[in-house]
Design a protein around this ligand. Structure first.
Ligand SMILES: [Zn+2]
Length: 283
């Protein structure tokens, strides 16, 4: 029995076949066009190329409820019923939730009864997996980035302000990096912040420390509520070695409410595909 796992991200579509043992093969990756309709066409083509699979799992960068993408700032899509779009049953889940399921079963969290995954990308995503099962609640459990940490803080795309991701996510690091000076070469703010820290600029060092403290504050609150055995940190800004990854991992190891393991994610870019396939074949 083989499952097709698909990861529909903000910029790329990734797909692969996953067998019962969680082994991944035939991975393909393609850049997505900016047009939302063309993105759905690319997804349809990938799924249509695999009529033989027993199930299809889809991870998407957005909020999902009952197989419908209700909102996605990254994809420019909303109200998409994927089963109707693809003409076949499909299990749909948020991409951070998929990554959490995969890391808990096959990656850094293997063997831990309760795993909290937090992804540090543009925003902060999350997943809670207990006994190998994803906590879903009414659908959106794991939206950790919207934990409000600072009343009256920076406005968030969710409509609230002072959300955790606005203080410690990539958007916050980008803002800080951009404030260091004009971007002559178009380097993203977070990368400029990292470069300034490596160069020893005191303002940049202090700013990154502040973001890392904000990151630890939110993580500590989550650990107080969830009491995970293992915390896994993933996402693009943790995958890339450098001062941001180092500062966030170090800060995450100084929590009051979690003395267990804090580990970087292991599955890299395959986590979404693997998690989507696992979700489509619960066992
Ligand atoms: Zn928010």
């Amino acid at each position: 029995m083989t499952t097709l796992g698909v990861d529909l991200g903000a910029t790329h579509l990734r797909a692969g076949l996953v067998d019962r043992a969680g082994r991944l093969s035939g991975v393909t990756r393609q850049a997505l066009p900016p047009d939302p309709t063309a993105r759905l066409d690319a997804l349809r083509s990938v799924v249509a190329a695999h009529p033989e699979v027993s199930a299809v799992g889809l991870a998407v960068a957005g909020t999902v409820r009952d197989g419908v993408l209700t909102w996605s700032a990254n994809l420019g899509l909303s109200g998409v019923d994927f089963a109707a779009e693809l003409g076949r049953p499909v299990t749909v889940l948020n991409d951070a939730r998929a990554a959490g399921l995969a890391e808990a079963r096959l990656g850094a969290g293997t063997g831990a009864a309760t795993v909290l995954l937090v992804t540090v990308g543009t925003g902060l995503g999350g997943a809670v997996v207990t006994g190998g099962r994803l906590l879903e609640g009414a659908g959106h459990a794991g939206e950790v980035g919207h934990l409000v940490l600072e009343a009256g803080g920076p406005p968030c795309r969710c409509g609230n302000s002072g959300c955790w991701e606005q203080l410690a996510g990539g958007v916050a690091l980008n803002r800080t990096g951009a404030a260091l000076g004009p971007a002559g070469d178009g380097t993203p703010g977070a990368a400029r912040l990292a470069a300034a820290v490596v160069a020893g600029q005191p303002r940049a060092v202090a700013a990154l420390e502040q973001h890392a403290r904000q990151f630890a504050r939110g993580l500590d609150s989550l650990c107080a509520v969830l009491a995970p055995h293992t915390v896994v940190l993933g996402g693009g800004l943790i995958a890339r070695s450098g001062p941001i990854r180092d500062a966030y991992l170090a800060a995450a190891r100084t929590l009051r409410w979690h003395t267990g393991a804090v580990l970087p994610a292991q599955l890299g870019d395959d986590a979404g595909v693997l998690g989507a396939a696992l979700a489509a074949n619960p066992c």
